[in-house]
Write a protein that binds this ligand. Structure first.
Ligand SMILES: [Zn+2]
Length: 485
């Protein structure tokens, strides 16, 4: 069976999850569910990044022990996954022993290959990023990510010989679809060509929190080096069955802010450790809220749990995927969310299901006829969009079909028909609903279940997206979506 391994970035736990975290998890979940629908053996990983120095700082500010602090906050991310109906197969916490062992194992392996050496590092260091920044990366002397001036830091450090892999990494980056979309790939290629690759610091001195460098307990492994390794520690590198089965990963889904780490540094580590390279780095844009960047300091950190409670999980999932063109930045606003719920969900899909089922429930006898609608469905195009991770386009193409079926109802006016003619229209409507239910299931799993339940059928797979002779047991119940005033 074809396998498919997808990961999200692991989240920092120094604050509660916001809408941006929800967005990434929803995209990854939709891709994972799509591949399951295609009959593949999917492994879907998410988790939390807990060894960062800023967790210790945040815990100290709150007066709690660091481990307790990260556990409590990590739980919030796990709860978010449940709330959003995320179908992850595992959830890795980087303070777990299974991760610590692998992180040290790989550090040692790279060290023994003479790709790690001791030296001194000095430079601009952003405490928010926990990373040294180049002068070029600063905007008005500040870290653009944190809007904060970096400090000048000199310390003993272990270095990873990233420069040694420059040619191999550049070649990899230039290969067609290692980084998706192309705009995000080009950013990495031109940065690498302009700046070249320097060796990077992979340890920090005299810290209490973090994973010990296996060859020198006075150092902790630099959090980025350790964090990236979660993708293999979670599946049991080097000898676990899951590692053998699923590695290399098909997709690392990430936000654009950590593209360099995934597209350049991660392959460098993998090359050095003699491991296979992940197939795709898929980069999504950032969300703004009412046009503003999400930040702790700004009062716009929208709690996705509240949004789900207020509007429903499928409503939020649908909105985020449909509204934001994949790979680009997009804006979240409750007004836009309400509009899409009322127009596309309640009107287009909800009404279609409701009026079709009202007619079908009243109709006695078997629905049969000839296929008049499947040519309106461009399954090939939908598949192509999904393969290119253009989820918004796939959803929009599915909606074209929804609206074609709505148009069919309006043209046929089945409420004026009876007998064979009515049977034929109902046949077309029910088969279309069944197929729509399959296609929307990765995006809106609960909605798909509700449609199936009312049709009296089991959930289908992608290969069932064609007109056939299905036995239905119609039982109309609730509305799929409530309109919002
Ligand atoms: Zn920063």
């Amino acid at each position: 069976m074809k396998t498919f391994y997808i990961t999200t970035a692991i989240d920092y736990v120094n604050a509660a999850p916001h809408i941006g975290h929800a967005y990434e998890k929803i995209i990854a979940d939709t891709i994972a569910r799509w591949h399951r629908l295609n009959g593949e053996d999917v492994f879907f990983l998410t988790g939390t990044d807990e060894n960062a120095q800023k967790n210790e700082q945040a815990a100290r500010e709150k007066g709690v022990e660091t481990k307790r602090f990260v556990d409590v906050n990590s739980k919030k991310f796990e709860e978010l996954c449940k709330k959003l109906n995320i179908s992850n197969n595992d959830f890795i916490k980087t303070t777990e022993k299974r991760h610590v062992i692998v992180a040290q194992n790989i550090f040692k392996k790279v060290y023994e290959k003479s790709d790690i050496y001791k030296g001194f590092y000095e430079g601009y260091y952003c405490e928010g990023c926990e990373a040294f920044l180049t002068e070029k990366e600063l905007v008005d002397g500040k870290c653009p990510e944190h809007n904060k001036e970096p400090i000048w830091l000199k310390e003993e450090s272990y270095f990873f010989k990233l420069s040694k892999y420059q040619d191999k990494i550049l070649e990899l980056l230039k290969s067609k679809d290692f980084v998706i979309p192309e705009s995000k790939r080009n950013e990495m290629v031109s940065r690498l060509e302009n700046e070249g690759l320097k060796d990077i610091s992979v340890s920090r001195n005299k810290l209490k929190w973090g994973i010990d460098v296996p060859i020198n307990k006075n150092h902790k492994i630099y959090v980025w080096f350790d964090a990236l390794i979660n993708y293999v520690s979670a599946i049991g590198y080097p000898n676990g069955n899951k590692f053998k089965k699923y590695w290399p990963a098909d997709v690392h889904l990430i936000g654009k802010g950590i593209n360099w780490f995934h597209s350049v540094i991660w392959p460098g580590i993998l090359f050095s450790a003699g491991m296979k390279i992940s197939k795709h780095i898929v980069v999504h844009g950032y969300l703004t809220v009412n046009g503003q960047k999400i930040g702790k300091s700004l009062d716009n950190v929208i709690d996705p749990i509240n949004l789900v409670n207020k509007y429903g999980v499928d409503e939020l999932r649908y909105f985020l995927i449909r509204e934001i063109p994949f790979g680009e930045d997009g804006d979240f606003s409750e007004d836009a969310l309400k509009n899409r719920i009322n127009n596309e969900l309640a009107n287009d899909l909800g009404n279609l299901v409701s009026r079709s089922l009202t007619l079908a429930e009243k109709f006695k006898g078997e629905t049969q006829g000839k296929d008049e609608l499947s040519k309106k469905l461009n399954l090939k195009l939908i598949n192509e969009y999904m393969d290119k991770f253009e989820l918004h386009n796939a959803l929009s193409e599915i909606w074209k079909f929804v609206n074609d079926v709505n148009k069919y109802v309006n043209d046929k006016q089945p409420w004026n028909l009876e007998g064979k003619e009515l049977s034929n229209v109902l046949y077309n409507l029910l088969e279309s609903l069944r197929i729509i239910s399959i296609l929307v299931s990765p995006f809106m799993p609960e909605t798909s279940e509700k449609i199936n339940k009312q049709l009296g059928i089991k959930e289908g797979k992608l290969k069932n997206c064609k007109f056939s002779k299905t036995k239905y047991k119609i039982k109309k119940t609730e509305h799929l979506f409530e309109k919002i005033k």
